[in-house]
Design a protein around this ligand. Structure first.
Ligand SMILES: Nc1ncnc2c1ncn2[C@@H]1O[C@H](COP(=O)(O)OP(=O)(O)OP(=O)(O)O)[C@@H](O)[C@H]1O
Ligand SMILES: [Mg+2]
Length: 257
């Protein structure tokens, strides 16, 4: 369904002493409808850079990406607009995606209006918003609040409702629950799973938390210094890691348990 081939990202920095850093190095993988692929690896190994390229927030240095067989590496205009609707992200820090000056109702309505899913201030719009918030386990009273009047878990639910409104084909979740406390984490993850079952989107799930990856993902990719060093089903990788880096990652994880 979604595929990247030989994707790389080189950051160039420095004005006088030019330096370049290969943050993502020749990465190839695919993810199918209804499937969740986990991306793990130490801080700075290139996970977010990869996610930003998938979302087309960051220009790719080389390689290609395909959505439903179509090459989306260098799409523009209307095609890019439609791609942006099909591929959505949930951020680590949900506050960053919600405007603090807007009531929650308007935050959700904004997405519906921009994407012409319902006409402004119509009964349809209202009904859709009520439906969306009940899907993510919020109540109507929350709609009248601002984001700073909600808890972290509630804000992540609002962010999720905005994404679900668009019925994405691919959802990228970059550490979606690392800012939440453990009990809320579990609720948001369960919600994400049940939404995926309902809507059938493919998911790329980036996380530091191997326990969470184990529960959420079907397959997992291990990155090390920009490269994929290992990939396979969660069971394969967690019970029989091949690469030394994966072994040390898992050993560290066993120590913490
Ligand atoms: N805009 C940028 N310009 C230059 N270098 C960057 C830029 N963004 C990221 N980098 C560098 O690229 C490398 C990969 O960063 P990235 O954010 O993709 O890592 P990550 O795996 O998501 O890390 P974390 O787990 O800490 O979120 C890092 O060395 C980072 O410093
Ligand atoms: Mg990151």
């Amino acid at each position: 369904m979604f595929e990247v081939r030989n994707l790389s990202k080189v950051y160039n920095s420095g004005v006088i002493n030019k330096a370049s850093l290969k943050a993502v190095d020749d990465v190839t993988f695919s993810v199918d409808r209804g499937e969740t692929v986990g991306i793990i690896g130490e801080s700075g190994c290139g996970k977010t850079s990869l996610a930003k390229m998938v979302l087309k927030l960051l220009k790719i240095s080389s390689g290609s990406m395909y959505l439903n067989g179509e090459d989306v590496s260098s799409i523009r205009g209307e095609k890019l607009k439609s791609y942006r609707r099909k591929v959505q992200i949930i951020f680590q820090n949900p506050e960053s995606s919600i405007n603090p000056h807007m009531k929650i109702y308007d935050c959700i309505a904004e997405v519906l209006r921009i994407n012409k899913l319902a006409s402004r201030k119509s009964e349809d719009e209202k009904a859709l918003i009520y439906q969306l918030i009940s899907m993510v386990g919020l109540q109507q009273e929350h709609l009248n609040r601002y984001s700073w009047e909600l808890s972290g878990g509630q804000i992540q639910r609002v962010a999720l409702s905005r994404v679900l409104a668009l019925k994405p084909e691919l959802l990228v979740a970059d550490e979606p629950t690392s800012m939440l406390d453990v009990s809320v984490q579990a609720q948001v993850l369960t919600l994400l799973r049940s939404m995926q079952r309902e809507q059938g989107f493919a998911m790329l799930f980036i996380s530091h938390d191997l326990d969470v990856v184990r529960v959420m993902c079907d397959r997992v990719i291990v990155m090390f210094m920009g490269k994929i060093v290992e990939s396979g089903t969660v069971d394969q990788v967690f019970s029989h890691p091949c690469h030394n880096y994966t072994k040390s990652l898992l050993e560290e994880y066993e120590c913490l348990r």
